[in-house]
Design a protein around this ligand. Structure first.
Ligand code: OXD
Ligand code: MN
Length: 614
């Protein structure tokens, strides 16, 4: 038996509730050792992991890790939200009763950390001193040392965050047990993995994975799922899978902040870290606050305020390069301490590579191993086309490494939000940007957000996979109540942000080329939005919002054809009418959707019918 009391005394961990919690789970999991960690332990833990072969060195003080081959992504089917109130059941949250979920997980975790160390990670998902601090503290217990290193990059980690809580019992209890990965039946009917947020007990129990998205409990389980629940329960805030960025106009001195939700693979990380287009670089300065999570609340001044609860970036490596995201490349360069997971690795040169890092893979394949550890040189001709890196391979780095990180990213007051944008991935219907000033219509737009199914097999051609507010995998309670809570929070603001829907992905049906160049140029759409909000331009009314008049969009230094510009600054009424039918079906799934949302839907539908009649 570990002498938990002694370990906690030695670590100076005084909070009695935390002590009881650690002692309880040390006993259940049967860990051989308990160790309390802080960010200052990073170097020592890295050295231990290198010695143990859990990490491999990458040039310039960076690291590589490879996870078990069947454990490389979040598992949405195995992820549940549990509470004691069945009314919390939604369409997407895989609701389960709290009691039996805790019992099942306690049994799975029993003795499962035998022989291992249980690390105690006190963390805060907020800048210290923020008005939402009561919802931000947590303690993750994990039996994986690489999870500790990732948490140190992704959250504020240290014992002081726990000893000085206003309410010493108000911390999230987050337990991560890896389990015997080769024997968990991943993807079979007897899958043993289970990832539960027991939201009304503020307890997170994740069993059966060491992949970051399942194992870094501060990020997705606490920062999104638990906080989504707490925000509603307290009626104080929204926790969303949103980026947060700032744009400063050096000419006028005006600074604005934008938050935005984008379904996976719709360019959220790239936009969050964007630089201004080359030709506008002297005038505008873009600052990074966060790429994945924002908590939003109404400030004393009646505006919506936001911060990013994270302290790092857990980004998808694929297609990250000097053109798509130069700031990310800078944030993971030598000296950054970045950790790469499931990329291709070369132990001889201590280099890493992923698809899209450079146009072609390294020419000299000597030493290169694919993400499974198989030498590239040994590939058969049939295997030649297989990716070197896993498509969900990742980099983990702290925000302080991002070159355009905002000076105020750590400010506990957060920043005022000027615009809330939603962005899908749509080839033919969504214009470049449409502004929405009505709050209910803005929330309605978020509830009908989606991305085109990537393969025809995933859905009907032209029909979206809906992902309300980009929260589909993180929704903690029912969608109807979720929409009501949004309306409640936003309409309490006396000065409301403008909403908009953006789409960088329209294509020419003839040859398939993207009509808009994307990446840095996307800032042009946001600049128009702010001008529209400030009454500097009038835009063009449409049934689905206000579009930029072409002369209003700043196109300095951009080459784009007239045909492409026409297409992205107009709407296809017939495709929109078809979409309204899909939306109706989608919204009907949700019990208790507020009448304001249905009214918004009917208003848009009626405007489209009127436009069709001409
Ligand atoms: C995600 C992530 O899976 O941010 O959404 O990692
Ligand atoms: Mn995410």
């Amino acid at each position: 038996m570990v002498d938990v009391e002694r370990v906690l005394d030695e670590a100076g961990l005084k909070n009695p509730h935390v002590r009881d919690y650690v002692a309880y789970w040390a006993e259940v999991t049967g860990a051989d050792r308990v160790e309390v960690v802080s960010a200052s332990d990073d170097d020592r833990l890295l050295a231990e992991s290198l010695a143990a072969g859990e990490l491999s060195p990458v040039t310039g003080g960076r690291y590589f890790s490879r996870s078990y081959a069947k454990d490389t992504a979040r598992s949405e089917e195995r992820t549940v939200v549990a509470t004691s109130d069945e009314a919390d059941k939604g369409v997407y949250n895989n609701w389960r009763p709290a009691e039996e979920t805790v019992a099942t997980l306690t049994e799975r975790m029993r003795g499962a950390s035998a022989g291992k160390t249980m690390y105690v990670i006190p963390y805060l998902m907020a800048p210290q001193g923020s008005p939402l601090e009561a919802y931000a503290a947590g303690v993750e217990l994990t039996d994986s040392r690489p999870v500790v290193q990732q948490m140190i990059r992704m959250a504020r980690v240290g014992i002081d965050y726990l000893n000085d809580l206003a309410d010493p019992d108000s911390f999230v209890r987050a337990v991560h047990v890896t389990g015997d990965l080769p024997n968990l039946g991943q993807g079979t009917p007897d899958d043993q993995r289970l990832f539960a947020t027991v939201a009304d007990r503020r307890t997170i129990l994740h069993y059966g994975s060491s992949y970051g998205g399942n194992a870094l409990l501060g990020k997705i389980a606490h920062g999104l799922r638990q906080a989504c629940y707490d925000g509603k329960d307290s009626e104080r805030f929204l926790a969303e899978q949103f980026l947060l960025l700032g744009i400063t106009d050096r000419q006028t001195g005006k600074k604005v902040h934008v938050v935005g939700g984008f379904p996976s693979a719709s360019g959220k990380t790239n936009l969050s870290m964007t630089l201004p287009p080359e030709a506008l670089g002297d005038r505008y300065y873009v600052e990074f606050y966060g790429d994945d999570i924002a908590w939003l609340w109404v400030g004393d001044d009646g505006r919506i305020w936001a911060f990013n609860p994270e302290n790092g970036v857990f980004g998808v490596a694929k297609d990250t390069n000097e053109d798509s995201n130069p700031t990310a490349i800078e944030a993971i360069k030598e000296g950054s301490g970045a950790i790469f997971t499931n990329v291709a690795y070369n132990p001889k040169t201590q280099d890493v590579w992923w698809e899209g890092k450079t146009k072609n893979p390294p020419e000299d394949v000597d030493g290169w191993l694919d993400w499974k550890g198989t030498p590239i040189a040994d590939r058969t001709p049939e295997q030649a086309g297989e990716p070197w890196a896993h498509p969900n391979s990742r980099f983990t780095t702290t925000i302080a490494n991002v070159p355009n990180a905002a000076e105020g990213y750590d400010d506990p007051r957060g920043v005022p939000v000027d615009a809330i944008i939603f962005g899908g991935r749509t080839r033919d219907r969504e214009p470049l940007i449409r502004a929405i000033t009505d709050v209910a219509e803005g929330v309605y737009d978020g509830m009908t957000l989606g991305a085109e199914a990537t393969f025809a097999a995933e859905g009907v051609e032209g029909q979206l996979r809906y992902d309300p507010m980009s929260m589909r995998p993180f929704m903690a309670y029912s969608e109807g109540e979720y929409a009501a809570h949004w309306l409640h929070i936003i309409s309490h603001a006396t000065s409301q942000p403008i909403f908009a829907h953006v789409n960088w992905f329209q294509r020419d049906p003839e040859d398939g080329h993207y009509r808009w160049p994307g990446y840095r140029e996307n800032l042009r759409a946001l600049l128009w939005l702010i001008q529209y909000r400030d009454g500097e331009v009038t835009g063009v009314e449409s049934p689905v919002g206000v579009l930029p008049a072409r002369e209003e969009l700043n196109l300095d230094g951009l080459e784009i054809s007239e045909a492409d510009l026409d297409a992205i600054l107009s709407i296809d009424i017939d495709r929109w009418r078809q979409e309204m039918g899909f939306r109706e079906e989608h919204l009907r799934q949700f019990d208790g959707l507020p009448e304001e949302i249905w009214e918004a839907h009917r208003r848009v539908a009626a405007a489209l019918e009127a436009a069709a009649e001409g």
